[in-house]
Design a protein around this ligand. Structure first.
Ligand code: ADP
Ligand code: MG
Length: 726
């Protein structure tokens, strides 16, 4: 007799909600006692919802999988066999050896396990197991050594779901299988599942309904039906995420008081200067189309009263600084202040140098002065700023004597207070957390929220951006300033091959970077690796050149001196660690050599390569070393093939999966169980459109309370915060 679940809840015309399933413990199921409940908890299954969301990791299609007779010695195969006999012994060398005789109706297969004594207890006579491995011929018998084994119990049916199992927790695929079976029976018996996704949406995509989807993902009649179920459940996951993001975005816009920056100079400025226009006039170049478009998008946000919350994606060298400074100056033009936050001191210092130079000699109106204006003031605040300087900045910030403050995290520390912060630019946003962004947004005493522009030079694919940055508007600088010469990239196995090219370039008056092998363990080891590379090169192949060294442990004064010498052309070659990854801009440098390049990720190599190709001369990048894995080979080949950061981002996503973008913890605990930002790109977009439609101006979800509740259930307040981090 099937006991409907849960009996004490709404009438049968209304299906069971996921919230109800979440409130129902697995211990309500027959067969789940204390021990099994503990085993299930070890894989994060506590409620019936957790259980139904614990999807099979693969399926065995009995009508199609190979039989033992079809196994080919030398190739991999998967077969469903019965365990006939298990023997355990020790080899002469004392290794544990478990030998298993197994068979199906077409033949016999021997399974051999070394150093896995527990197999004797795991594999019992009469069990059914799906084994996957390479078959070989051993003294006339077919055998697999150390195959992957999934125990499936005595399941019948054409398609067998294989669940992730946990040997340590004592949880087997067949346990999960039978608990899922019972949960499905009891859930579907009377009421079935409620389906809060609006009928039109379901019809539009021809989705199966939710009850069917849960049943079919666990108990498919065919692989085609399983795919349909997957499609539906993937959509649900993505829809929840997008609803959380879109809702947050709309709420932010509705609830915070922003600043409507004036679109031109204010007051009766005697010079009549418009610092924004003046800045553009002073640039020695025309803005690119993409810069103009992006600047207009930002200007639109800034003049509107709602707070801007925008992401600027632009490849290395695409000219983000000009866009950022334009935004900061728009605040200054309106009599407010701008803040520019960088992730490292080196970067903050470089930005400060660069921006101060760009704005040198410009003035802002100041009625309190004799002339009616004063120099535009750009200051730097980092942890290295002296106490006295810090005090000066603090008082001038409040009084309005500082127009643009550039710095690191120091900007958001206690005691840093702006008189009237208008625009915040955050560089390399992926290195900051959501709390830090929020802290900057709350810097004004009068409760107004400054406009925020976050920038990243590590482009991520569109659909991933939609998920990771789904609460932001996005602008893209997809055009390089003219006059850039493309970088010619080569992958060479031996470093000997690259030094002649370096010598040639230096002879022609150019400069080179050599990035030494990446060592993960520690800063100190990394520094040593750089020192070794430096010692070897400067006394060896490059002994006739002026070679400098830069790494994280070089003292500040030395670092500055080395950079100054390299900038001025008094050093030919800079041997460095990834400290030069971002921000370093020496147009005369035309060669980038990356030693042991396979150790770096795609994005990092792309950033490093971005240090060259900044001037009028043809630049080259050498990726040196063997590729130890197929993935490494793919990465290096992709870099050789293209210099387009967006294309590389796609490759990276393909190779590494969303884990890299979402972070491991996020993948683990969030709602992305079936959906993949990579495989399911089109569904990300579809879900976003539906979410925008449903959320509307923010009140839209009132009409869909159950759906809204599901978002909270899966991505409750703190859980959805992860989406804004990364
Ligand atoms: P990003 O920060 O996006 O990597 P930068 O803002 O540092 O790029 O710009 C890279 C270089 O390109 C700088 O030297 C900058 O002066 C120059 N640059 C920016 N915009 C243009 C343009 N429209 N035309 C020519 N050069 C430009
Ligand atoms: Mg930059």
């Amino acid at each position: 007799m099937v006991d409907p679940l849960p009996a004490d809840l709404p009438p049968p015309d209304k299906g069971i909600t996921l919230r109800e399933l979440a409130g129902r413990s697995v211990t309500d199921l027959n067969g789940v006692g204390e021990a099994k409940a503990k085993a299930l908890a070890a894989v994060e299954i506590r409620s019936i919802l957790d259980l139904l969301g614990f999807y099979p990791r693969r399926y065995l299609d009995r009508s199609r999988e190979a039989t033992v007779a079809q196994l080919q010695p030398g190739s991999e195969g998967m077969v469903l066999v019965r365990i006939d006999r298990v023997t355990a012994r020790r080899t002469r060398k004392g290794r544990s050896l478990v030998e298993v005789r197994a068979s199906d109706e077409t033949g016999r297969l021997k399974l051999t396990f070394f150093n896995q004594p527990w197999r004797e207890r795991q594999l019992l006579e009469g069990m059914q197991a799906v084994v996957f491995g390479k078959a070989d011929d051993y003294q006339g018998d077919l055998q697999m050594v150390g195959p992957v084994v999934d125990l499936i119990g005595d399941r019948t049916g054409r398609i067998v779901a294989v669940y992730p199992q946990s040997e340590t927790a004592g949880l087997h695929s067949w346990d999960v299988d039978s608990f899922v079976g019972e949960a499905l029976r009891r859930t579907m018996a009377v009421r079935g599942l409620s389906d809060p996704v609006p009928g039109e949406v379901r019809a539009g995509f021809r989705f199966m309904d939710r009850s069917d989807a849960y049943r079919a993902i666990h108990r498919p009649e065919s692989m085609a039906e399983m795919s349909e179920a997957r499609r539906r459940l993937v959509f649900d996951e993505l829809l929840r995420i997008q609803m959380a993001l879109v809702r947050r975005k709309v709420e932010l816009e509705r609830t915070s008081v922003g600043i409507a920056h004036p679109s031109g100079p204010i007051g009766d400025d005697p010079g009549g200067t418009d610092v924004v226009a003046e800045f553009h006039d002073r640039l020695g170049f025309e803005l690119t189309g993409a810069q103009r478009r992006t600047i207009a998008e930002i200007a639109g946000d800034l003049t509107r009263p709602g707070p801007m919350h925008r992401l600027l994606q632009g490849d290395v060298g695409s000219g983000k600084t000009v866009v950022a400074v334009t935004a900061l100056l728009t605040a200054v033009r309106g009599g407010r202040q701008g803040a520019f936050m960088a992730p490292t001191e080196v970067l903050a210092e470089q930005h400060h140098l660069g921006v101060a130079e760009l704005l040198d000699g410009m003035t802002v109106p100041d009625p309190a002065t004799l002339l009616g204006h004063r120099p535009l003031k750009v200051d730097l605040l980092t942890n290295r700023t002296t106490a006295a300087e810090r005090r000066r900045i603090a008082s001038q910030l409040v009084a309005g004597g500082v127009d643009i403050l550039i710095g690191t995290h120091a900007l958001i520390q206690e005691g840093v207070e702006f008189g009237s912060l208008g625009v915040v630019v955050i560089d390399e946003q992926h290195r900051f957390g959501v709390e830090q962004r929020a802290a900057l947004r709350e810097k004004n005493r009068d409760g107004t929220a400054p406009d925020v522009l976050v920038m990243t030079a590590t482009p991520i694919p569109r659909t991933a951006a939609m998920t990771v940055y789904g609460d932001l508007d996005v602008s893209v600088l997809d055009e390089m300033p003219p006059g850039r010469t493309p970088i010619d990239t080569a992958w060479v196995a031996e470093e000997e091959a690259v030094w002649p090219a370096v010598l040639d370039e230096v002879a022609a008056g150019r400069q080179a970077y050599v990035v030494c092998p990446l060592i993960d363990e520690s800063d100190a080891l990394q520094a040593r690796s750089a020192e070794e590379a430096f010692a070897e090169l400067s006394t060896g192949v490059l002994s006739d050149l002026r070679v400098g060294l830069l790494h994280g442990r070089v003292g500040r004064a030395d670092k500055e001196e080395t950079m100054r010498l390299f900038r001025s052309g008094d050093l030919d070659v800079l041997v460095a660690t990834t400290v030069i990854e971002v921000g370093v801009d020496v147009p005369n440098a035309t060669v980038m050599v990356v030693l042991d390049a396979a150790r770096f990720g795609i994005a990092q190599l792309h950033q490093l390569r971005g240090r060259v190709g900044r001037g009028a001369h043809v630049s080259r990048c050498f990726l040196v070393g063997e590729a130890p894995t197929p993935d490494a080979e793919e990465r290096l080949k992709a870099l050789v093939r293209t210099t387009d950061g967006f294309e590389l981002a796609e490759v990276d996503l393909d190779l590494r999966g969303e884990g890299t973008i979402m972070g491991e913890r996020q993948k683990g605990r969030n709602d992305l169980r079936l959906a993949s930002l990579r495989r399911d790109r089109e569904w990300v977009e579809a879900a976003r459109e539906v979410a925008i439609d449903l959320v509307g101006d923010g009140s839209g979800l009132d009409a869909h309370p159950e759906l809204a509740d599901e978002v909270d259930l899966f991505l409750g307040a703190d859980e959805s915060a992860f989406l804004l981090k990364s």
